[in-house]
Design a protein around this ligand. Sequence first.
Ligand code: ATP
Length: 433
Amino acid sequence: MDLMDKIVSLCKRRGFIFQSSEIYGGLSNTWDYGPFGVELKNNIKRAWWKANVYQRSDILGMDAAILMHPKVWEASGHTANFFDLKSDCKSCKKRFKTEDLKGKTKCPECGGELTEGRPFNLMFKTHQGPIEDDANIIYMRPETAQGMFVNFLNILDSRHPKLPFGLAQIGKSFRNEITPGNFTFRTREFEQMEIEYFVRPEEADKKLEEWIEYRFNWYLELGIKKEGLRKRPHGKEELAHYARACTDIEYSFPFGWSELEGIANRTDFDLRQHSKVSGKDLVYFDEVKKERLTPYIIEPSGGIDRSVLAFLVDAYSEEKVKDETRLVLKLHRDLAPVKVAVLPLLKNRQEIVDMARALTQDLKKSFITVYDDTAAIGKLYRRQDEVGTLYCVTVDVQSLEDKQVTVRDRDTMKQDRIAIEKLKEYVSDKLNK
Ligand code: ATP
């Protein structure tokens, strides 16, 4: 089985990611996050928010609506420019992104004749309100960025930030992708984490470089292996219509090096366009220099679903332990969905079960903790390893007398005997190391 198949199977088996609407045969390329998936995803969002909003003093958070005034997409250029070219096979009817065909004129699947590349707008279109006519067309946002640009004046007026400053937002975006695939890597509904960082135009090149480093290191600090991460500057021909320069952070997925995040210099394109189309002056007044200016924007834009996938792939490991293979998800401690699992060694001794349950309740006040007594200890450990649980605490007969428990470390499998009254402190120290 190749690594992607193993990841997909682990995700389903252990409750990370399921196929959407599976009981109806599934909706293709759409995925639901299960109990551990949502925790991992939330932990990634939390780590991102912490590094970019809480630990900096130049970035403010936001949460704009998914639905926006249609003029936004006219101004941003998405109505006119957010196209991919698609080619259809006249025989088997399969659809391809023209750029993926690399000049081929015959269908790669059946050899049939292909249509010329035809533009296909990637925005999902629907109608607002009960009347389905052109006056009521509304789009599902294809990026969260525009919600931040159109609030530029609100932010200046309410918070008075000084340049350089940024806005940060996490939220869903939608693109009617022609070729979704590779599990959660390319889907039509996905979540983005984006920063719009406003700078003086002459500082844009320098700030772009700083952001590329800052964002690259974020992935490394959360445990992604160095050899699995690289920076790839865009060639001029692949830049988006609004960008002057862009560097992708790519991860070495089992299906090849692919984009995790793009960091672009969007220039003053968006603020100028919105000023022009809305008639409102989206400018910044520099009080020291007594100067009005339209800032440039540096945009680090990452995908949460792609991050989840990269962290899963990177953490997946199979180790030989005696004659068995131990499957363990070595997720960073901040990302692991469960921090502690409490496992009673004998489930038919009521005092042990009671003690383990009471301990679980108490630990839950401080850490994400689960309780499991539904199998023999070997199997319980295996289950916890597969979801990346950091510490397994076993309660045994001895615990009833000495009020101590055994704590097993996920990565080293080393076991420590710890007094129950010291357990929280012990786990806390390890988590905050
Ligand atoms: P790609 O070239 O892979 O389609 P992109 O360059 O169009 O991506 P951006 O517009 O730069 O992507 O979007 C920023 C981030 O949003 C990407 O780095 C990616 O992590 C995420 N993203 C974009 N499109 C999708 C998608 N269809 N599915 C999942 N994540 C996506």
